[in-house]
Design a protein around this ligand. Structure first.
Ligand code: NAP
Ligand code: GDD
Length: 345
């Protein structure tokens, strides 16, 4: 079979890095869109996962010409649109930028991609955040009712780009993915913030971690499992949308409790509202709350029903909630204690 070519937008993000790795292992030629940032870009991705199979092209989802250029250079068979302003909390502060990247960005990409090659297949990174506070469990049949600018931008991308292009006969589909995490998760997302901070607390490098809403429930899976589902969706003959989730949800508080327990630093919760704290066995406060980490609007309870993906794609997650906590804690211990030991040398 001829070598397939994929273009990944958002290749420097959590999912982009796992997907690039996965596709290289499948024998793909992989191109990634890289936006210029002032800090050192993650260009080593080319060396880390490649042997020359990953190539990066400068571009930006906000700049049509750069998208055209990336498509002309890469000539992809499959496009994975993962680029996004992906932080829900920040979307309340930067709604226009969020909309331009997440919705208009897909519009620019899909319009040009289908013009250059009507046969190209496009995966769109849709999200459980589009359900807002629709009653769980949420499936492909549940109502979309976003409550954040991020959720709205992703819903517009789905309704105004994915659905109309598909109606015209093009191959484009949405993966409605529930939260997925990993040691590569950005530290401003709650799971990584917790694992990274509590490891520092455990090793005496930080006193405590300050957080927001502990009652929110999320259906947390492992990013490595979820990128496999993205690929599976594009191997089908006809494009369809799929919910990808574990079917198990936990509160943010439970994630903290499990992380602390795995670190051998069990915590007890006390207090109410903003005065709630978690204390370790010596009675030291290791988690406290601050209003600034609460959102203007909150999605309270996400729990996905991925029966359709399990039946039609044959997809199922391999990593459990406890495995995920263990994996993230162990990676942060290695990162933090490893680097600390290095400093002492
Ligand atoms: P992430 O780690 O935040 O990565 C986002 C990627 O988008 C980064 O590579 C970032 O590049 C890139 N990007 C941002 N703005 C861009 C622009 N203007 N032009 C080009 N690239 C741009 O996100 P993730 O967790 O990997 O998620 C991947 C996708 O899945 C996102 O679309 C997200 O909204 C969606 N999603 C994620 C989850 C989840 O739980 N992880 C669940 C459902 C849906 P820089 O490195 O330059 O910032
Ligand atoms: N980030 C963050 N920081 N969240 C906190 C904190 C904190 O200090 N304290 C509590 N939370 C709560 C948030 O209010 C939210 O209810 C929950 O923890 C999860 O927050 P995030 O990890 O930031 O993820 P998210 O659910 O808002 O969004 C992620 O998942 C979506 C899929 O449902 C992102 O990856 C989105 O891009 C993705 O679409």
């Amino acid at each position: 079979m001829a070598t397939k070519t994929a273009l990944i937008t958002g290749i420097t993000g959590q999912d982009g890095s796992y997907l690039a790795e996965f596709l290289v292992q499948k024998g793909y030629r992989v191109y990634g869109l890289l936006r210029r940032v002032s800090t050192d870009p993650f260009t080593r991705i080319e060396d880390l996962y490649g042997n020359g199979q990953i190539k990066l092209i400068y571009g930006n989802m906000r700049d049509e010409e750069t998208i055209k250029n990336a498509l002309k250079i890469s000539k992809p068979d499959e496009i994975y649109n993962l680029a996004a302003q992906s932080h829900v909390g920040i979307s309340f502060t930067c709604p226009d930028e969020t909309m331009d990247i997440n919705y208009r960005g897909l519009e620019r990409l899909a319009t040009e991609a289908f013009k250059q090659n009507p046969k190209v297949k496009i995966y769109q990174a849709s999200t459980s955040e589009m359900y807002g506070n629709t009653k769980p469990p949420q499936s492909e049949k549940s109502k979309f009712a976003p409550v954040s600018p991020y959720g709205e931008s992703k819903l517009l991308a789905h309704e105004k780009v994915v659905v109309p292009f598909r109606k015209k006969g093009f191959f484009i589909c949405s993966g409605v993915l529930f939260n997925h995490e990993s040691p590569r998760r950005g530290k401003h997302f709650v799971t990584r913030k917790v694992s990274h901070s509590l490891v520092k607390v455990k090793f005496g490098l930080q006193d405590m971690v300050t957080m927001g809403n502990l009652d929110a429930k999320r259906d947390w899976g492992f990013a490595g499992d979820y990128v496999r589902a993205m690929w599976m969706m594009l191997q089908r003959k006809t494009p369809e949308d799929f919910v990808i989730a574990t079917g198990e949800s936990h509160t943010v508080r439970e994630f903290v409790t499990e992380t602390a327990k795995y670190l051998g630093m069990p915590v007890k919760w006390s207090g109410k509202g903003l005065s709630e704290v978690a204390k370790d066995e010596k009675g030291r406060v290791v988690v406290k709350l601050d209003k600034k980490y609460y959102r203007l609007n909150e999605v309270n309870n996400l729990l996905g029903d991925s029966k359709k993906a399990r039946t039609k794609l044959g997809w199922k997650p391999q990593i459990t909630f406890k495995d995920l906590v263990k994996m993230m804690v162990e990676a942060d211990v290695k990162l933090i204690v490893g680097s600390n030991e290095h400093k002492d040398d």
